[in-house]
Every structure is written in C-alpha cells, then in structure tokens.
Design a protein around this ligand. Structure first.
Ligand SMILES: NC(=O)c1ccc[n+]([C@@H]2O[C@H](COP(=O)([O-])OP(=O)(O)OC[C@H]3O[C@@H](n4cnc5c(N)ncnc54)[C@H](O)[C@@H]3O)[C@@H](O)[C@H]2O)c1
Length: 248
C-alpha cells in the first residue's frame, strides 16, 4: 500500500485556494505532486513557490479539465516522468451564480463542463494506470451545496450533486481493483471563490454555521490526505462534510 511519502498525486485546480493547500500538504507528506490548472505561467510560479516552501517535487501540468485531449496529454506527460498515479484529487471548480429564471444556458453549460465533465475527463485519464497498479485513490471535491441545494446556484448544485453520483458509481465499479473513490463536501471555506461574496452575506454564513466561522483550505486538505492514506483503506463511496456543522 502506498504510504503518502511514496505517492504520486495529481491535484486539479491546484494553482490557488483549496487545490494549492491540498498540493502543499501532499508535498509536506513527501509525495510527488502534479499541479493541473489553466495558466502555465501561474502554475510554474506556484510549483516553484511550493517546492521552496516544502522541499518536495511539484510538476506543473497546464490543461483545461474540460478538454479531454489536453487532460490526456497532461496525464501522459506525468506518466512519462512518474509512471504511476496513486491519488487523483478532482478539485477544479467554478461558479456562475444566478437565479434559474434568468440563468443563461451558457452559464449552466460552463459550470457543468468544468465541475462535472472535468472530473469525468480526469477519472478517465487516471483509471488505466491505477488499474495496472491495482491501487488507487480518487477524491472529488463536491460541496454542501450539492447536498442541500441553494437558491441562485442551480448549476453549481447540480454539478456538485452529480459528482456525488459519479463518486458512488466509480467506487462500486472499481472496488474490486483496490481503487477507492470518495468525496468531500466543504461548507464555506476562505478562498477567492468566497471572498467575492458581499460582506453581509459572509456575516450571514458565519451566523448559520454552528462553528460560527469559515473553514480554512488546510482543513479541507487534511481530510483529503486522510482519504488518500492507509488509514482510510476500508472507506469508499463516502461523502464527508467539512462544513462546521452547516449541513447536518
Ligand atoms: N471555497 C469554498 O467555500 C468551497 C466550498 C465548497 C466547495 N468548494 C470547491 O472547492 C474547489 C476549489 O475551490 P476554491 O475555493 O479553491 O476555488 P478557486 O477559485 O480559488 O480555485 C479554483 C481553481 O480551479 C482552477 N480551474 C478553474 N477552471 C478550470 C479548468 N477548466 N481547468 C483547470 N483548472 C481550472 C482555477 O484556475 C483555480 O486555480 C472547487 O471545486 C469548489 O467548487 C469550494
């Protein structure tokens, strides 16, 4: 079984926010980490900053998760260097909020494409190497919004609920190959995505969260490292909320 210190890990949406925190924690645990995100320059900067901070190896993998050929090519570059993929974290995600009545079809498509089809593309690219290895961990970053729904976020909620269905089905299909698939469902976490919310909405969120605060990206990363490690070997098809009690 791959110890975290021996793992080869790919994290999508890794240039900032929760993805960067996940990549950093894997690096500190001694893993080699592929950082997949959109902008090559930003990725290069992130990879070199993370390497300085942690002393670990970070490989920039520039690709748009919505483009299956770009994903396949990034994963194949990774395999050229590292051969295996032990853990895949599907974290890349976007929001394009708006009430259903006025929602543009293009905003629906964009969110479903990145958040759900993007994860599909990455799972497709990771499965064969994981099956060859007879070991794998796939972790989806869903959201409490996928569990509860939210006015103004029909597209986002549908994409995040879809990820949960994908997680459970992949878990059932691949369990026999010793590949587990789990999801985390963060509540409100302090990143660029939530910084955009108006201050009064941020205050409301703190009020309705039993632990009365936003979570930190590192708190999501800790749970993901647990799901990638040897102490979670008997957990598959699970969804773990990291939400300060918001959606219980
Ligand atoms: N911040 C929260 O409160 C919160 C709560 C629940 C779930 N999440 C989920 O956590 C994940 C990370 O969120 P975050 O807050 O760090 O967001 P963020 O906007 O700070 O970071 C998202 C990253 O994904 C990348 N990305 C976007 N589209 C991409 C694409 N097509 N291909 C490759 N990379 C792409 C972005 O470039 C960015 O680096 C998302 O899936 C989000 O839905 C966040």
């Amino acid at each position: 079984m791959a110890e975290l210190s021996e793992q080869k890990v790919i994290v999508t949406g890794a240039a900032r926010g929760i993805g960067r925190a996940i990549a950093e924690k894997f690096g500190r645990a001694g893993a080699d980490v592929g950082l997949l995100d959109l902008e090559p320059d930003v990725l290069e900067e992130t990879a070199s900053a993370l390497a300085d901070e942690t002393g670990a190896n970070f490989t920039p993998l520039a690709a748009d998760v919505t483009d299956p050929e770009a994903v396949e090519s990034a994963f194949s570059d990774w395999r050229g260097e590292h051969d295996v993929i032990h853990t895949l974290v599907n974290n890349a995600g976007i929001t394009k909020d708006g009430l259903m009545l006025r929602q543009k079809k293009s905003d629906w498509d964009a969110v479903l494409n990145v958040n759900l089809s993007g994860a599909y593309n990455c799972v497709q690219a990771a499965l064969k190497p994981m099956m060859k290895e007879r070991w794998g961990r796939i972790i989806m970053v869903s959201s409490v919004i996928g569990l509860q729904g939210n006015a103004g976020q029909t597209n986002y909620a549908a994409s995040k609920a879809g990820l949960i269905g994908l997680t459970k089905s992949v878990a059932r299909e691949l369990a026999g190959r010793n590949i587990t698939c789990n999801a985390v469902a963060p509540g409100f976490i302090r990143t660029k995505m939530t910084e955009q919310l108006p201050e009064e909405q941020q205050e409301e969120i703190r009020e309705i969260t039993p632990l009365e605060r936003f979570g930190e990206p590192e708190e999501v990363a800790d749970c993901i490292l647990f799901l990638a490690g040897k102490n979670s070997a008997f957990i598959t098809g699970e969804v773990i909320r990291i939400d300060g009690g918001l959606a219980m």
